[in-house]
Design a protein around this ligand. Structure first.
Ligand SMILES: Cc1cc2nc3c(=O)[nH]c(=O)nc-3n(C[C@H](O)[C@H](O)[C@H](O)COP(=O)(O)OP(=O)(O)OC[C@H]3O[C@@H](n4cnc5c(N)ncnc54)[C@H](O)[C@@H]3O)c2cc1C
Length: 436
């Protein structure tokens, strides 16, 4: 059995490792020309679900390297006003140990480690053809093709396989624009931040319908790439991925709002012009936050339109299947898109391994994967759209009732932080949600 995976992203590469570890023949086709190309954002928060999937699929040594390359784990869940006043600060306690702050480019380097013989770069998938023999051919923009027994769509939100295989599955614009920046964690920047903010996941509920997120990413290596920490030095010194990874300590600060809260054409801007435009949209924000924007690397700033998927009914399983954003794109409202892609990859890898070993018929194995993936995947799509203002229809963005919605959100978080029973429930719900 030969498995073709289109897309060398989070879910596709995790699946490829899982299959390879079990000696199932697998090939990944990735559109970018090298493992260093592509801009994926600056942070992804991996939870117990995502961590477990990586532990299942990666070779043990590489999993240890993944753990060693994570940024310092968050210790607090903070909600701030645009003036940087604390609405709440909830210590994450043991929950923080299962939460990992991961640099996207580092995760990419981890996932490509040891996979040179599996991944083909600069292969832009265009369409597939199915043959009476049951084989499938994947076609690429450069005129080449590849043949396999199973085709997995792992090419993210704009999946060409989904458009051909499930043409009724829709992707919807949520009416939200997000703007992200990255600022080096210099002594000046560090001095701007309290310990709780530096060590927290910081959600900003701003007046005027402007939301924000701030994360400080501190890695176990210094600005010259030398391991800071004796314990991880052995692993990091032998990991060739570090040669391709330019990640150094930084602050990831982003803002988002309904599209009509931004000047027209903002998503066309790049560099200094985009940073200046972010500063114009946040004139009522605390000078500290604005200073972090000012000091950001202009080349790092990028705009993003937030999309979501429309859940669909079950379909008949075949030897084509989908995982991650290709089937259940979700907003970042709950921070679980990558975790869900990894969960899919671990589940699909177990099913395909069983099929390759003759323990199950292939279509039945894919059918079992899809029957389990669809409900949890689309449930997370719905939750993500309902949370943290990642839908343009959210009352936070209403010109009329936005102030009341903001007051209600801040009151909810303030009470949750102050009342021990509510705080315990908040943490228990968060743990259950982020642990499958
Ligand atoms: C602002 C933001 C913050 C987020 N934060 C979090 C978070 O904290 N936690 C979390 O769990 N999730 C988060 N997510 C969601 C997460 O990033 C995605 O859900 C996750 O990356 C999806 O993984 P994937 O493998 O499905 O797709 P991707 O990781 O997007 O991989 C798709 C791959 O396919 C390749 N590709 C695309 N088209 C083709 C083609 N035609 N041919 C060949 N290759 C192709 C791409 O280059 C890419 O390598 C966030 C998303 C956003 C937008």
């Amino acid at each position: 059995m030969h498995v073709i995976i289109i897309g060398g992203g989070t879910g596709g590469m995790c699946l490829a490792h899982g299959l390879r570890q079990a000696d199932v023949s697998v090939a990944v086709y990735e559109r970018y020309g090298s493992r260093k190309d592509g801009l994926y954002g600056y942070r992804v928060g991996l939870d117990a679900t995502g961590g477990r999937a990586l532990e299942q699929c990666l070779p043990p040594k590489l999993y240890q390297t993944f753990v060693a390359t994570c940024a310092r784990a968050p210790r607090f869940f903070n909600v701030l006003t645009e003036k940087m006043r604390s609405t709440t600060s909830i210590p994450l306690g043991e929950l923080g140990d299962g939460e990992r702050s991961v640099s996207r480019s580092t995760l990419r380097q981890i996932l490509f480690t040891g996979m040179d013989d599996v991944v083909s770069y600069a292969k832009v998938f265009t369409h597939y053809t199915q043959h009476a023999s049951g084989k499938i051919t994947a076609h690429f923009a450069d005129g080449t093709s590849a043949e396999g027994d199973v085709l997995v769509s792992a090419e993210g939100t704009r999946s060409a396989i989904r458009q051909q295989y499930l043409p009724h599955a829709e992707i919807k614009d949520t009416g939200i624009t997000a703007l992200a920046t990255k600022t080096a964690l210099t002594p000046e920047v560090r001095a701007l931040l309290s310990e709780e903010i530096e060590q927290g996941i910081n959600l900003i509920f701003g007046k005027g319908g402007m939301m924000g997120m701030l994360h400080v990413m501190e890695f176990p290596w210094d600005e010259n790439g030398k391991p800071k920490n004796g314990r991880d030095a052995d692993l990091l010194n032998v990991w060739d991925g570090l040669q391709h990874d330019n990640t150094r300590d930084y602050v990831n600060l982003s803002v988002w709002s309904a599209d009509n809260h931004f000047p027209e054409g903002i998503t066309e801007l790049r560099g200094r012009q985009l940073v200046d435009s972010i500063l114009e949209c946040t004139t009522n924000w605390d000078p500290t936050l604005r200073r972090i924007f000012e000091l950001s690397d202009p080349a790092s700033a990028f705009p993003l339109r937030i999309s979501t998927s429309v859940p669909i009914e079950a379909w008949e399983p075949t030897n084509i299947t989908l995982l991650g954003d290709a089937i259940h794109t979700m907003t970042p409202g709950q921070g679980v898109g990558a975790n869900t892609a990894l969960r899919d990859a671990a589940l699909l890898s177990r099913q395909l391994i069983a099929a390759a070993r003759g323990e199950k018929e292939l279509t039945a194995a894919i059918g079992e994967y899809e029957a389990e993936m669809r409900p949890y995947g689309f449930a997370r799509v719905a939750d993500s759209l309902d949370n943290n203002g990642t839908s343009g229809d959210d009352p936070l963005y209403s010109r009329r009732s936005g102030r009341f919605a903001l007051f209600a959100a801040r009151t909810y978080f303030s009470l949750t932080g102050k009342v021990p029973a509510l705080r315990r429930k908040f943490l228990a719900d968060l743990r259950d949600y982020r642990d499958e």
